[in-house]
Design a protein around this ligand. Sequence first.
Ligand SMILES: *[C@@H]1O[C@H](CO)[C@@H](O)[C@H](O)[C@H]1NC(C)=O
Ligand SMILES: *[C@@H]1O[C@H](CO)[C@@H](O)[C@H](O)[C@H]1NC(C)=O
Ligand SMILES: *[C@@H]1O[C@H](CO)[C@@H](O)[C@H](O)[C@H]1NC(C)=O
Ligand SMILES: *[C@@H]1O[C@H](CO)[C@@H](O)[C@H](O)[C@H]1NC(C)=O
Ligand SMILES: *[C@@H]1O[C@H](CO)[C@@H](O)[C@H](O)[C@H]1NC(C)=O
Length: 376
Amino acid sequence: MAGRGGAFALVALCVLELALLHGAGAAAGERLVPAMFVFGDSTVDVGNNNQLPGCKPECRADYPQYGVDHPSHAPTGRFSNGYNLADQIAKLLGFNESPPAFLSFPAGGIIPRMKDGINFASGGSGLQNQTGDHCGGVYSMADQLEEFKLVVMMLGNGSYDLISRSLFFISVGSNDLFEYADAKNPPPNRDDAAFLKCLDDSYRTYLQELYALGARKFSIVSPSLVGCCPSQRAAALQHDNDLDELHCFRPANNLSKRLYTLLASTLQDLGGDLDGMHYSLCDSAGMAEGVFTPGGAKGMSATPFRHAVTCRDIYFRPFGLGLCNTTATLCPNRTDFVFWDSFHPTEYASGLAASALFADSGNFVRPINVGQLAAL
Ligand SMILES: *[C@@H]1O[C@H](CO)[C@@H](O)[C@H](O)[C@H]1NC(C)=O
Ligand SMILES: *[C@@H]1O[C@H](CO)[C@@H](O)[C@H](O)[C@H]1NC(C)=O
Ligand SMILES: *[C@@H]1O[C@H](CO)[C@@H](O)[C@H](O)[C@H]1NC(C)=O
Ligand SMILES: *[C@@H]1O[C@H](CO)[C@@H](O)[C@H](O)[C@H]1NC(C)=O
Ligand SMILES: *[C@@H]1O[C@H](CO)[C@@H](O)[C@H](O)[C@H]1NC(C)=O
């Protein structure tokens, strides 16, 4: 299943003084960092999967109604009705949108575009190489880093200054959790601690590799409460699985929370060990908990689990799994919804999450926010 590419939202309405955020971000014409390099899954893919020949339809976002609220009103490869989290952060940093998908560059086109950044993210992928295998061919984190390394080698020494001042934006891990937790058929008696340690170790290795290539400024988005995304709730309800106090699939949410704790500690270590490394870590699980607690998501639908394609809470034939249903009913006002499809946030929700990443003062984004990170 899945365009699964991952976590949906981490909306932070409940914790944000939205008024304070008005006017936050770069002034017109100003860029807070020279370039942005994006890695991860469908939360931040801007079209790489469209270019991957083996990638199955259920792991692409190249059909209606995706993109309906994008300026082009057409599918762009983003798993969203419009812009995704990478775009929204890019906008706050003074770009028009995310840097382009790596695979969208024509041969020989990489070097001249490198100065703005590149997006390597691939929907369905994860920290582990095998995550997303069901998609038939996505770029794992290891693949994404491999491509980045080739680009850096092509550029040679001239790239160091650019890379060290640029933002490295990473949103990955949800698909590893989805595949492991499996709300349809949770296998018994597994060693969750060993699994989570393996994910955390992979993350550490990727960050060290990026650091070795010159990266210094990292914005890391931990996986959200994956047990609360509509697909997982539907599957858990259908199979009579364990639900938590948020009415979400408990084992999956448990993994999200624990992975955040491990990542926080790993980043603290790395920040101490690696000279000049700076990071901003978003506790997406903590943020999501606020949103999904009844009354938590002020200003949005009182039933935050509904998604904007069906206007329904639990939908057992979810939109966005390769079901190219051009007649699916769209809710007229997508800004009322956290979820766009069975896995992914609406453009509006990812915009709120980006505002939190950029300006939150230590509630869920630590030790500094992306605005502060960019300014270093
Ligand atoms: C993951 O894939 C990369 C190549 O993309 C390879 O170098 C690495 O050894 C693989 N890791 C594991 C644990 O298999
Ligand atoms: C890159 O820079 C380092 C140190 O400044 C230098 O030793 C090395 O020869 C340079 N490599 C190339 C390919 O220019
Ligand atoms: C996760 O589940 C384990 C085992 O049931 C439990 O001991 C732990 O407290 C849970 N952790 C969180 C963060 O929910
Ligand atoms: C497509 O959407 C329409 C309208 O919502 C619905 O009646 C129909 O069953 C859907 N088709 C599939 C294959 O899901
Ligand atoms: C959609 O909802 C938002 C937020 O609730 C509201 O500000 C906006 O006016 C609504 N738009 C329409 C067309 O109803």
